[in-house]
Design a protein around this ligand. Sequence first.
Ligand code: GSH
Length: 211
Amino acid sequence: MSAVLYGAPSTASLVVHWLLIELGVEHRLEMLDFEAGEQRSPAYLALNPQGRVPTLVIGEQVLTESAAIAMHLADLYPDAGLAPAVGTPARGDYYRWICFGVYTLMPAYRAWFYPDEPAGPAHTGVVRDRARVQIEAAWQQVAAHLAVSGPYLLGRDPCTADFLLTMLMRWSRAMPQPSDRWPELAAFARRMKSRPAFQTACRREGIQDWL
Ligand SMILES: N[C@@H](CCC(=O)N[C@@H](CS)C(=O)NCC(=O)O)C(=O)O
């Protein structure tokens, strides 16, 4: 199966790019220029009405939302073992951690990186302060979980949720309290970043930090 990934360097498309390489999926990259507003071009909005990345076109399907794409890829390539079997307790934990990324971390990051969205330009300071508190509390929770149940979110082996979490950790690298200040998270990130597919994805996106 071949695929086209619409993304932008160092954004939410990274986890999809990484998984495409990790899973050996034949693909083409279409990197959008955010500065030029390409994510809001009529052609792109026809694919992704939110005007955000990533979008994956795989076979006949157009799929958006990084976590949904990541879970779908894991299901399409079960031999890689990146998603526990449906109906098992591990699958429940897997959903939990994917949802934690999507419901807890992503909205807080959106507020951090786009602080005028919730309440306009006059309130960006308070929005960012609140986002920072939420993000740090989330990392504290993940670190506590890994300390007891690690080295990966589900224990011994990595799953797609670990890939998503690694990308979300990366987004905090320039924040006042980066996620890898927590030793458990730093160790986790080191392990995930040492995967050759992560390094390849970063190289292809021109990423030079947090490698
Ligand atoms: N929930 C979406 C979030 C996507 C998202 O916010 N992407 C950002 C980059 S990290 C984006 O496309 N920003 C461009 C814009 O909002 O104009 C997902 O995980 O796919």
